[in-house]
Design a protein around this ligand. Sequence first.
Ligand code: VAH
Length: 314
Amino acid sequence: MKKIIVTGALGQIGSELITKLRSEYGVNNVLATDIRAGDTASEGPFEVLDVTDANRMHKLAKDFGADTMMHMAALLSAKAEDEPLFAWNLNMGGLMNALEIARELKLQFFTPSSIGAFGPSTPKKNTPQDTLQRPTTMYGVNKVAGELLCDYYYHKFGLDTRGVRFPGLVSYVSKPGGGTTDYAVDIYYKALEEGKYTSYIAEGTYMDMMYMPDALQAIVDLLEADPAKLVHRNAFNVTAMSFEPSEIAASIKKHIPTFEMAYDVDPVRQAIAESWPDSIDPSAAINEWGFKSSYDLDKMTIDMLEKLKTKLNV
Ligand code: VAH
């Protein structure tokens, strides 16, 4: 049975990944860590951990008897563009600590990359698994460097590293913070709370997206995949859909006909979005470990509105 240590356990992915892993592998086989305590702590093993503190990370992983490390702690794209040096130190320093500890303790290793690992010179439509990666954001530089580091640790030390390039993730449990795709989450909250939303991303700006349940299943499926079948490792393109702001607004209007959409474009996040692909090709993930998604835009909208009506008590 796996014994998993997770960093960034209170983040948008981490907070739901902990629940998913605990249901798959048992509550006491998943040690959640984050830089501050949070309500996840009440549901199973939890420790406060700053991922730039290698000694504490090593002690926690060793004392827990971990055999798997899931490194989720990172600063997202917009925040990283705001604080590039802090982003480099946290994203790369934290990743190096996690990789070194995984190497020393012989842990299986997962960390997510992102469509942010591509740049404006990458083919924008049906972006291939193997292609040009010249991102123009600090977050993208971190993600490309992270992919290369994880592959290096696999080839040099035989570390079982695996990763996916996540698209924008939509979820109702924990709100994302500091991302470029966060508009696709915020819009559902504002649709229910105010009946309108002002998008900071321009109409017509396509980005890959995925509903969180599909993202969590993809992580577990990759973790459990037969290593002999993996041609790639860091990191697999995965996506469920590609849409632009007016399309998610139209999906919401099917349920809230009076919903109004407006635009007030944020030049920083718009520039980041325009540097990313419109749609990526997930065929390598499908062929090598059976990646699949089950939520399209309309099915996601139905579930998001239903779950948020309960959460917001509206
Ligand atoms: C961000 N949600 O917006 C993250 C993600 C592909 C986007 O990496 O930064």
